[in-house]
Ligand binder design. Structure first.
Ligand code: SAM
Length: 357
């Protein structure tokens, strides 16, 4: 048996590997190991989720950002970016549209826009909570204070996505300006979990400077932190960023890592991301076959969708649009899965939570 197949077998059997072993599994990736991990990951996913794929309505509330992440198309230094911000009423309208379509999770994502201070944001979250008591509210608004996370949780938010981006401090500094802190990002994740959120972390695959060792460290971090959700997708360049000429991340490696994450954390909620769907025409379906079980179609007002431009050619039409449910259901059904419009809460216990309402 080859070394990589031995590592793959051990991962499938024990749901764990050391950092060095994970780095080996990545470095030695072969067609055979990818096929094996895909089958094993799909089996674990079926065991816990019975072929269900949860849909979440994604509302991109602002393309204004105070941060300057080197990879991101909405970074503050990008003068060419077309900026917008949704107000409370526009966000509620998106939720109403989504609810009527059957969505029971709303994901509010945006740049770190200071306009969405705690008073405004708690007001918005409370209004959604009041009007849609049967829905989960997920936030993805970047780094905030512990008090802020607590206020938003108390207002009714259930889940929070904050990709750690990379678990290696030096690599973090390669991807971010000096004003941003690795320590703070990691601390935010701890605060989110302690507050009682179903918490998601994650990273880009193939971000500039990333090595197999960095990825292995990301995987070890994920195993130890045991988040409820993990978001990964290929890095895709944006023409108006410092990384404009960097190659995009590999779809095959992203799929391989999805399978590994499913095996490390069999019950985790794992989206097949928009970036994966953008990088490859059947990327999303292939992601589901490799262990992903969440899809987040776009529920933002159609006229702003193109402005939330994190990378070039970002998908926002066709099956990517929340209103094209029939297309999406057909595609997911043809890939062998069952679309679920349930809230789809984490199977991993939270210490506290809004997930019982
Ligand atoms: N501001 C919030 C935050 O920092 O978590 C949420 C919005 S941020 C734009 C969402 C995610 O988009 C980031 O965590 C990053 O991983 C991803 N992203 C940004 N630029 C990207 C790129 N060029 N390619 C792929 N993913 C990208």
């Amino acid at each position: 048996m080859t070394a990589v197949m031995e590592l793959a077998g051990r991962l499938a059997g024990s749901h764990d590997l050391s950092q060095e072993e994970l780095a080996g599994l990545i470095r030695l990736r072969s067609r055979e190991s990818a096929e094996f991990l895909k089958e094993q990951a799909a089996a674990q996913c079926r065991r816990y989720y019975h072929g269900k794929v949860f849909l979440r309505g994604l509302i991109e509330i602002s393309s204004i950002c105070r941060n300057d992440c080197l990879y991101c198309g909405i970074r503050k230094s990008n003068q060419a970016a077309d900026r917008y911000r949704l107000d409370k009423e526009q966000i509620l309208l998106c939720c109403r549209r989504g609810h009527a379509l059957g969505y029971r999770t709303f994901v509010l994502q945006g740049g770190e826009d200071p306009w969405f201070n705690d008073d405004r944001m708690t007001d918005i979250v409370s209004a959604i909570r009041r009007e849609f008591p049967d829905c989960a509210i997920t936030l993805s608004l970047g780094e905030r204070s512990r008090e802020s996370y607590q206020r938003l949780f108390d207002a009714g938010a259930d889940r929070y996505l904050l990709r750690h981006e990379t678990a290696s401090e030096s690599h973090y500094h390669y991807l971010h300006p000096a004003s941003m802190s690795f320590q703070n990002r990691m601390e935010c994740l701890r605060h989110l979990r302690e507050t009682g959120y179903q918490t998601g972390c994650g990273f880009m695959v193939g971000s500039p400077g990333q090595t197999a060792e960095h990825l292995a460290r990301d995987l070890r971090f994920i195993k130890q932190f045991e988040p409820h959700m993990v978001g990964i997708g290929p890095f895709l360049s944006h023409k108006d960023t410092p990384f404009a000429s960097q190659p995009g991340g590999s779809v095959e490696l992203t799929l391989y890592l999805l399978s590994i994450i499913r095996l490390l954390l069999p019950r985790v909620l794992l989206p097949a991301t928009t970036a994966l769907g953008t990088a490859s025409a059947d990327g999303r379906e292939e992601g589901l076959r490799c262990g992903a079980n969440v899809v987040m179609p776009n529920l933002s007002p159609p006229d702003v969708r193109e402005k939330y431009n994190l990378y070039d050619n970002k998908l926002c039409t066709g099956a990517e649009a929340a209103e094209s449910l029939a297309v999406l259901k057909k595609r997911i059904g043809e890939a062998g899965f069952l679309v679920s419009m349930e809230r789809g809460d984490s199977l991993i216990q939270t210490t506290a939570g809004n997930n019982m309402n």
